[in-house]
Design a protein around this ligand. Structure first.
Ligand code: FNR
Length: 371
């Protein structure tokens, strides 16, 4: 359908499902086991309702904010996802170019299908890129990658900690694949390793998660990372309040509450629920570091709920892959403009003219589960 018929993120996903190869769709949409965490990530938002305030001036409404000090026009960012070329020849570059006008920040995956240099080269000078790090088990190899992205001007390191081993993604497993795939010709930039050791029986995920450090600890890994780079450090994949506290003690700059879009530990709590618990139990944490969530965010209302509960911003993974698969760079711009309209409408109807006016007392968690 023509782009002007697309009015929601669900529409973009529908088009992506039609245009993607079976393999690409299986890799993008799949999640662990019975995909319960993935479904609940989205459904969790149904339990949170707004307590809107009226009679407040909202003709001027500004949804812009900062992430780690970097400007963004909306409290959203691109969560790093591997292999955007599976969906469109311009892959990650579609996302980079599509984000440029709105200054939406792109977190580039360690397993991107363009090189980190090609993605940086496609960005505009005023654009911010973050880097998602899968830490190689060999520190020296990990360090090489960190130096490369520092030199390319990436502005933060998001260290992913929830994917140290491949999980069971059955849709993906049913679509065998190895790195440096001959049929698609797509190369993944994961330190040039993996392919030889990868097990085609584990699908794409099994091919990608091979050389990751399985023995990371708070005591060793964070001080090491801190000692080798001055970039802000964010831990991606925090799944409970206890680890959020440890992250604050480790003095990282941020935490991304995430269960990898339900793709890793099945029955990991929905990130919105973890955010809610963190807000209720450990309010002071929010003064020590920035908190983000990702997983299941598909509407402006979802974004606003998370921001009310204290998230600086939220990440979206699959929606950006789907948008660029369906329409390339303009699909990415479309996704952002849809979310902007939805966020601004929600803020106005809640009586909030800027992000700072979105507060925890404006959402209520209900204990009945609608739909
Ligand atoms: C991911 N995700 C991910 N995370 C990461 O740290 N490194 C990676 O390479 C990838 N790759 C990846 C591929 C695909 C196809 C998906 C769908 C996801 C997880 C991603 O960063 C994010 O946490 C989730 O996608 C968020 O959930 P939603 O927005 O997809 O529901």
């Amino acid at each position: 359908p023509p782009l002007n018929r697309i009015i929601s993120l669900a529409d973009l996903e529908d088009v992506a499902k039609q245009v993607l190869s079976y393999r690409a769709w299986a890799y993008y949409c799949s999640a662990a086991d019975d995909e319960i965490s993935m479904q609940e990530n989205a459904r969790a938002f149904n339990r949170f309702f707004f307590k809107a305030r009226v009679m407040r001036p909202v003709s001027k409404c500004d949804p812009s904010t900062r992430i780690l000090g970097f400007e963004t026009t909306l409290p959203i960012f691109v969560s790093g996802a591997a292999l955007a070329k599976l969906g469109h020849p311009q892959g990650e570059v579609n996302i980079t170019k599509g984000c440029a006008p709105s200054k939406i920040i792109q977190m580039v995956s360690s397993n991107a299908s363009f090189s980190y240099a090609e993605i940086a080269a496609a960005s505009s000078p005023s654009q911010t890129l973050f880097f998602q790090l899968y830490k190689h088990k060999d520190d020296a190899t990990a360090l090489k990658r960190i130096r490369e992205v520092e030199q390319l001007g990436y502005k933060a390191i998001f260290l992913t900690v929830d994917a140290i081993v491949p999980s069971n993604r059955e849709r993906d497993v049913r679509s065998p694949w190895v790195l440096d795939d001959q049929e698609t010709g797509i190369k993944v930039y994961n330190d040039g390793e993996g392919a030889a050791d990868s097990d085609p029986g584990l699908g794409v995920a099994g091919a990608l998660i091979v050389n990751d450090d399985r023995d990371m600890t708070w005591e060793k890994t964070i001080p090491w990372l801190r000692s080798v780079t001055k970039l802000p450090i964010v831990i991606k994949g925090i799944q409970c309040v206890e680890d959020a506290i440890l992250a604050a003690e480790a003095k990282v700059d941020g935490i991304l509450l995430s269960n990898h879009g339900g793709r890793q530990l099945e029955y990991s709590l929905p990130p919105l629920e973890v955010l809610y618990r963190l807000r209720m139990q450990q309010q002071h944490i929010f003064n020590k570091l920035e908190v983000y969530i990702d997983g299941g965010i598909r509407r402006g209302t979802d974004v606003v709920k998370a921001v009310c509960l204290g998230a600086t911003a939220v990440g979206l993974g699959r929606p950006f892959l789907y948008a660029q698969s369906a329409y390339g760079e303009v699909g990415v711009r479309k996704l952002i403009s849809i979310l902007e309209r939805e966020i601004v409408t929600t803020m106005r109807l809640m009586g909030a003219a800027k992000i700072a006016e979105l507060t925890p007392d404006m959402v209520e968690r209900v204990n009945w589960h609608p739909v």
